[in-house]
Design a protein around this ligand. Structure first.
Ligand code: SF4
Length: 303
């Protein structure tokens, strides 16, 4: 029996056992309520600087842990996205005008939090010619100038595949270029209707060929089959990706795509083992993993 067939059989049994309990979250997905001095400091800083974080906007389950460790993921280019992905809790609509002072406030906040590693992501701004790439570049530039030891990771949208936008990013490149594939190609129409699987793979390849460290992430439990995850891993690693994150999809509101199943911690471990065998340098795979979870550890490990 092939490795994939063994997985298929094992995962099918698990799927059957967990799918009956979808109403209640298993213990491994229970998290602490966000409280604590550091948590309050980070929240106050974000309000004072009028900045958004994906931690709050996406209702990330790790917010208590990360903010208490004074770590947060900045979300730039406003709080309104031009795309309507089925899994994402970020507001959709017509965005406000670009805020050209945003990079200054992000850099000041990175300084105030004294971050060793920072992750910056954004909404999609498909109405802009460069998709907002110049604002990403300015954030990286200011942080590089003022925080010499801080590594910068940017988690970018696909910029509609426009190469001029990629070139703008390379004018002041980050230490790590992250772009999430999110799910297997079969589910793109419902999960990421305005994205293209091949376009995202090409983006990773493009930046890898420029010499950057690259990273990507996916959710599981949204309707994919285990063997599709293994094939997806091959596609990502073969396009030059160094780091992979895998976490459980959780439905942010009842208007979003439903959870298909709760993937067991054991299955996450198997994905990690398989990913490392396939050639990823780091695989962070467990139920509560999100794209920026433990990002500072990844940066320390890869440089
Ligand atoms: S995992 Fe990322 S998005 Fe979630 S709270 Fe931590 S830094 Fe924020």
């Amino acid at each position: 029996m092939s490795v994939i067939n063994q997985y298929q059989r094992k995962f099918k049994e698990e799927k059957e056992s967990y799918s009956t309990e979808l109403g209640k979250r298993p213990n491994w997905l229970k998290v602490k309520l966000p409280t604590g001095d550091n948590y309050t400091d980070v929240r106050n800083l974000m309000r004072r600087q009028k900045l958004h974080t994906v931690c709050e906007e996406a209702k990330c389950p790790n917010i208590a842990e990360c903010w208490n460790a004074r770590s947060a993921t900045f979300m730039i280019l406003g709080d309104t996205c031009t795309r309507s992905c089925g899994f994402c809790n970020i507001k959709v609509g017509i965005p406000n005008e670009l805020d050209l002072n945003e990079p200054r406030r992000v850099a000041d906040s990175v300084k105030e939090l004294n971050l060793r590693h920072v992750v910056i992501t954004s909404v999609n701004r498909d109405e802009l010619k460069d998709g907002g790439a110049a604002i990403f570049r300015e954030c990286v530039k200011l942080i590089n100038e003022e925080m010499y030891d801080t590594t910068v990771e940017i988690l970018i949208p696909d910029f509609r595949g426009v190469e001029e936008a990629f070139e703008i990013i390379m004018q002041n490149p980050p230490d790590i270029l992250n772009h999430n594939l999110e799910t297997v190609p079969r589910l793109y129409k419902v999960v990421r209707p305005q994205a293209k699987y091949e376009r995202s793979l090409s983006l990773i390849k493009w930046f890898k060929e420029k010499g950057l460290k690259t990273k990507s992430g996916i959710m599981v439990g949204i309707g994919e089959e285990p063997e599709e995850v293994l094939t997806l891993m091959d596609d990502i690693v073969n396009n030059g990706c160094d780091i992979l994150t895998i976490g459980q999809y959780l439905q942010p509101t009842k208007n979003h795509l439903p959870v298909d199943r709760y993937v067991s911690p054991e299955e996450f471990n198997i994905y990690k083992e398989e990913g490392l065998k396939k050639g990823f340098r780091i695989v962070e795979s467990s139920p509560l993993v999100r794209s920026s979870y433990h990002a500072d550890r990844h940066a320390r490990a890869i440089f």
